[in-house]
Design a protein around this ligand. Structure first.
Ligand code: FES
Ligand SMILES: [Fe+2]
Length: 401
C-alpha cells in the first residue's frame, strides 16, 4: 500500500478513536437465514463460484523452485500444480490418463517426474506423458495426446490462481480489479514463504465463517481475553469497489505510533488490512507476513464447511533466528486457534439457529458494512434482489415461522 494512503487511513483510525465513532454503512440490512441452509442455493454457489470461477490455490512461495509441486482436493477436481522446468506455474487434473487413478498423492514437495501408483505411467512437471511401461504390450498410443489434462493457471502478484474447469478462463483484471491489481504489488507477496497451515472442518455454512472476518464490533466481547489485547474493537476503515472490499482493523499499537513522525507510520503496525477476494478469500498482511484464509463449502451439507488458515512469513523475518521462526509459528497457530475456538463457535451456533428455521432473518448494523457488502455482492451475482438499506425505525421484528 502506498505510504500516503497508509497515512490517510491511520489518520482516519485516530480520528475515529478520538471521537468514539466507527465506520457507518448508512443504515441496517436484514438477511434471510435461509442463505445458510438452502441446498439449492448451495448447489448454485458451488457450481457458479467454486467450479465456475478461478480459485486462489496458494501463494508463489508454495512452489518455490522448478520441480516444486502441490496437490489440492478442495474444489471437487483433484489438482496437481507444479512449477515446471522453466519456472512457470502449471496446473493439471491430477488423474492418470490410463484409467484415472490420482497420480500424485503427496500434499506438496519437489519432483520432476510423477509416476502413477497403478501401472507407472509417468508424467513430467509440464504434464507430458514421458513413461509408459511395456508400451509394446499395451498398444500403440500417441503419447503427445495423453498428457495430464491442463487447467488454466496464472500467477500474479505472488498469488497462484487456477481454474478447476479445463475449459474455463481466468480474468484477473476483473477478479482483482484495478484497485487490488494496483495495490497488491506493494506488498511483495511473491517473496513470502509458507510457514504454518491449519485447517478446520466446522459445522457452519462457509459464508458464516467468512462473516466473522467482516466486523470488529465483537472484539471486546467474544475476544476480550485474546485479540482485544492487541486490537481496539469497533473501530475500522472500510472501502469497497464493485465485488472487492478492504477493511483496516485498528491495533492498540496505534496509540504509540501516532506520536511518531508520519514518515515512520506503518499501516501494519497501526492496523491490520483485511482484503476480500470474491468469493471465499481473506488476505491479511501484517508486520511479519500474511495470513491467507479460505473457506470451502461442504457439498454434502450447506451447514458445514472447511476453513484453511495459512500463514506466510516475510523473508527478512526468516533470516532471523530459529527462535524467532518458532515464535512466529506459535503466533500463527495461536491466531488460527482463536478463530476456531471463539469465532467458529459463534458461527456454528448461528448455524444451529438457521437450521432450526425459527429465526427467519438476522440484522447487520451500521458498523458492519463488510457484511452488507458480502451478502449483497452474492445476491447480485445470483440475480437475487439486494438487501435494502433500512433506517433503524424500519427494523422491526420479522414474523417468525
Ligand atoms: S491408472 Fe495410472 S498407470 Fe494405470
Ligand atoms: Fe473474531
Amino acid at each position: 500500500m502506498r505510504h500516503d494512503e497508509q497515512v490517510l487511513l491511520i489518520k482516519q483510525l485516530c480520528a475515529r478513536l478520538d471521537a468514539g465513532t466507527n465506520v457507518d454503512a448508512g443504515g441496517l440490512r436484514k438477511l434471510p437465514t435461509a442463505c445458510f441452509t438452502d441446498p439449492a442455493l448451495a448447489e448454485r454457489e458451488w457450481r457458479e463460484w467454486f467450479v465456475g470461477l478461478p480459485q486462489l490455490l496458494g501463494m508463489s512461495g508454495d512452489l518455490p523452485e522448478p520441480g516444486s509441486f502441490l496437490t489440492n482436493d478442495d474444489l471437487g477436481v483433484p489438482i496437481l500444480a507444479t512449477r515446471d522446468d522453466t519456472g512457470t506455474f502449471r496446473a493439471f487434473v491430477n488423474s492418470c490418463r490410463h484409467r484415472g487413478v490420482v497420480v500424485e498423492t503427496e500434499a506438496r514437495g519437489a519432483k520432476r517426474r510423477f509416476s502413477c501408483p497403478f501401472h507407472a505411467w509417468t508424467y513430467d512437471s509440464g504434464g507430458a506423458l514421458v513413461g509408459l511401461p511395456k508400451g509394446e504390450h499395451f498398444g500403440a498410443i500417441d503419447k503427445d495426446c495423453m498428457g495430464l489434462v491442463a487447467l488454466p493457471a496464472e500467477e500474479r502478484h505472488g498469488l497462484l490462481f487456477v481454474h478447476p474447469d479445463p475449459a474455463g478462463t481466468i480474468d484477473l483484471d476483473h477478479l482483482l480489479g484495478e484497485w487490488f491489481n494496483d495495490e497488491f504489488p506493494t506488498w511483495n507477496f511473491d517473496a513470502l514463504e509458507p510457514l504454518t497451515r491449519d485447517a478446520y472442518a466446522t459445522a457452519c455454512n462457509w459464508k458464516l465463517a467468512l462473516d466473522t472476518f467482516g466486523e470488529t464490533y465483537h472484539f471486546s466481547v467474544l475476544h476480550k481475553d485474546t485479540l482485544a489485547n492487541n486490537f481496539h474493537g469497533n473501530v475500522q476503515c472500510y472501502d469497497e469497489d464493485g465485488h472487492l472490499h478492504r477493511m483496516i482493523l485498528c491495533k492498540r499499537s496505534i496509540d504509540e505510533m501516532r506520536h511518531l513522525p508520519e514518515e515512520e507510520w506503518d499501516i501494519t503496525v497501526a492496523g491490520l488490512p483485511v482484503y476480500w477476494l470474491f468469493p471465499n478469500v481473506i488476505l491479511m498482511p501484517f508486520e511479519a507476513g500474511v495470513f491467507l484464509v479460505r473457506m470451502y463449502p461442504d457439498r454434502a451439507d450447506p451447514g458445514r464447511h472447511l476453513s484453511r488458515i495459512d500463514f506466510y512469513l516475510k523473508p527478512e523475518i526468516d533470516t532471523v533466528t530459529p527462535e524467532v521462526r518458532e515464535f512466529m509459528e506459535h503466533i500463527a497457530h495461536n491466531f488460527a486457534e482463536v478463530i476456531r475456538d471463539e469465532d467458529y463457535v459463534m458461527s456454528s451456533s448461528q448455524q444451529t439457529s438457521a437450521d432450526a428455521g425459527t429465526l427467519s432473518e438476522v440484522v447487520f448494523g451500521r458498523n458492519e458494512p463488510a457484511l452488507h457488502h458480502y451478502h449483497n455482492t452474492y445476491r447480485r451475482l445470483l440475480g437475487i434482489d439486494e438487501l435494502p438499506l433500512l433506517d433503524e425505525a424500519a427494523v422491526v421484528a420479522a414474523p417468525q415461522n
